[in-house]
Design a protein around this ligand. Structure first.
Ligand code: THU
Length: 141
């Protein structure tokens, strides 16, 4: 699939403009490209109870799931300089759930596969290794 990185970056910048960041002053915008070509996005949303701040990736993943997104193929996040932001550890896990090892991530040093951004990530397949796990594989038919 051809990935239009400039468009993904532009969607992340547009989302970043909506960030609610009175506590850190550090706006972030995130954009994810789904396998059907749809782009989903989100911004960080902070809170006076600092610890419950939502990263931009959380908003993007919520937009993706709510919108019926199938599989993520590419991801980009930007800061207030419109430069790439590395996803935090928790958000790497969120991205891995929906993009797997092949998800292409725009990092400050260039495009990297998720297998490098989150090596040996814990995912749905790990749950299936235990007979007592109640997880059933999700299909998008
Ligand atoms: N932030 C994100 O939105 N995504 C990341 O992956 C890194 C951090 C936000 C959280 C907080 O609102 C601000 O950046 C400063 O940490």
């Amino acid at each position: 699939m051809n990935i239009e990185w400039e468009r993904l970056h532009a969607e992340a910048v547009a989302a970043m403009a909506h960030a609610y960041v009175p506590y850190s002053g550090y706006p972030v915008g995130a954009a994810g490209l789904a396998s059907d070509g749809t782009i989903y996005s989100g911004c960080n949303v902070e809170n006076s109870a600092y610890g419950v701040a939502l990263c931009a990736e959380c908003g993007m993943i919520s937009d993706f799931v709510k919108g019926g997104g199938t599989h993520l193929v590419a991801f980009a996040a930007v800061n207030g300089n419109e430069d790439p932001v590395v996803p935090c550890g928790r958000c790497r896990q969120l991205l891995f759930e929906h993009g797997g090892h092949e998800l292409q991530v725009a990092m400050p040093g260039g495009i990297m596969p998720m297998s490098s951004v989150l090596p040996d990530g814990f995912g749905p397949q790990d749950l299936l290794k235990v007979p007592t796990a109640t997880f059933k594989e999700v299909t998008h038919d």
